[in-house]
Design a protein around this ligand. Structure first.
Ligand code: FEO
Length: 171
């Protein structure tokens, strides 16, 4: 049984995760458009990860006897000035998501919902990793700056990223 306030907040997060998936797909399209297939691959994997995050919320809401409610997904940006600008926007977005997860944890504490607090812990840890991954890429892009060879090497490295599905809830 989910309290209505938590059910609403979890559904809001479900929408944010779908938006994240949509945003990163838009970034993948941007990279495809400037022939950086490795960067595009990295964003395609990111899109899959966010879809999986959304589905973890979907499944949890259902498991708890709530109703997963799908809302409109906002239109993402579709143009950036440079690869660095894309990753800076990614970092800002992930910080926003981290805050959103933290707010959810606080609400779950307020509502004394221990199952939801437990469910959210995976996301708390995941956000640390997400922010760290993006920060590392921002540093690398700053190092490369306008060096085309460096960008080419980085693109080849990012082409190797593969999607690993997250563990199921309660796993
Ligand atoms: Fe679902 Fe990138 O956090």
């Amino acid at each position: 049984m989910l309290k209505p306030k938590l059910e609403g907040a979890l559904n809001l997060q479900l929408n944010k995760e779908f938006y994240s998936s949509y945003l990163y797909l838009s970034m993948a399209a941007y990279f495809e458009g400037i022939n950086l297939a490795g960067f595009a691959n990295w964003m395609r994997v990111q899109t899959q990860e966010e879809y999986a995050h959304a589905m973890k919320f979907f499944d949890y809401i259902v498991q708890k006897g709530g109703k997963a409610t799908l809302e409109v997904i906002a239109k993402p940006e579709n143009s950036w000035d440079s690869p660095l600008a894309v990753y800076e926007a990614t970092y800002e977005h992930e910080k926003f998501v981290t805050q959103s997860i933290d707010d959810l944890v606080n609400l779950a504490y307020d509502e004394r919902d221990h199952a939801t607090i437990g469910f959210l812990q995976w996301f708390v840890t995941e956000q640390v990793e997400e922010e760290a991954n993006v920060t590392k890429l921002i540093d690398e892009l700053k190092m490369v700056a306008d060096n085309k060879t460096g960008l080419f090497m980085l693109d080849r490295e990012l082409a190797t990223r593969v999607f690993t599905p997250p563990p199921a809830n309660n796993a």
